[in-house]
Design a protein. Structure first.
Length: 298
């Protein structure tokens, strides 16, 4: 089942690369459903039987904590596909909705990181630290996008231009490289040691876009609107909680049909006379295997 979930997530990644964002989100919802089923149903049943195993010797996917965390991660990535689909469409999007979706994605990524620390710390130590650097990058990146979209939404109301400038300014701050693991900002993507270097060009382009837009708004405000710009975004103007639009698809474990261990009686057999094996009183395992292969693979 864990392999099925990873396969679905991989199919989602392929669909994303092809620009099929709706299809990608469907695959990721399905993957989240499998992981949720493992975490809440299958693995607890297995452990309730008193299986005495050392957690450190088990595969990561045999941990309920890992499965629970990854079901949240897949939903967060799936919601990014929803945002990408909206942005790719022609016309002006609903900026406030995008802001709430991006904030919801960031919150889910934070939940994933928290569960990995609290419920899967043993397995986390075995995973590539660069993966968690990418998660930290996404948490800050999605918060910055949320504030950026909120700024665009406020500006387009043709009111509160100063507030919109303050919001956009904060979005640019959230995209700065953090000074330490605990400080505000994103991990360094330009270091020669980082595996996030592939993100450098796109991040630079986004930073430049935000700076150009910010200077344009500041010019318009200083020559046309003359609104005061708050030093920081007031708490009552911030989105309090994001939206998670996606839910994991329900997963049902399908019981396989049992393989018959003996041939049917000749009277009930649907095989032709040519296909029927010769009647013998004793048959070897290899003879039976060959006959079964003829039945199921003809």
């Amino acid at each position: 089942m864990a392999t099925e979930a990873m396969g679905l997530a991989g199919s989602g990644a392929d669909a994303c690369m092809a620009g099929e964002f709706t299809e990608a989100s469907r695959h990721l919802k399905a993957a989240a459903g499998v992981m949720k089923y493992l975490a809440e149903d299958q693995l607890p049943k297995w452990l309730s039987r008193g299986v005495n195993v050392d957690e450190k010797t088990m595969p990561a996917e045999a941990s309920a904590g890992i499965c629970d965390a990854f079901h949240i991660l897949f939903l967060a990535i799936g919601q990014q596909m929803v945002v990408a689909n909206v942005v790719a469409k022609h016309g002006t999007p609903n900026y406030m909705l995008l802001a709430k979706l991006c904030l919801g994605t960031s919150e889910h990524l934070e939940q994933f990181a928290s569960k990995m620390r609290t419920k899967a710390s043993v397995q986390k130590q075995l995973m590539d630290p660069s993966f968690f650097s990418l998660v930290a990058f996404q948490i800050a990146f999605q918060r910055s996008l949320s504030m950026y979209f909120q700024a665009r939404g406020v500006w387009d109301t043709h009111e509160h231009y100063g507030l919109a400038i303050s919001m956009l300014s904060e979005a640019t701050v959230l995209l700065r490289t953090r000074e330490s693991m605990t400080s505000r900002g994103i991990p360094d993507v330009d270091s020669s040691k980082t595996k996030l270097k592939a993100l450098s060009k796109d991040l630079t382009d986004l930073r430049n876009h935000m700076q150009i837009l910010l200077r344009s708004w500041e010019t318009d405000n200083s020559t046309v609107y003359f609104e005061s710009v708050p030093q920081s975004v007031p708490d009552d103007q911030r989105i309090k909680k994001g939206i998670m639009m996606l839910k994991p698809d329900p997963y049902t474990l399908i019981e396989p049909e049992p393989l018959p261990l003996s041939l049917p009686e000749h009277g009930n057999s649907s095989m032709s006379a040519e296909e029927k094996p010769p009647v013998t009183h004793e048959r070897s395992d290899s003879d039976l295997a060959r006959d079964l292969d003829k039945m199921w693979n003809k």
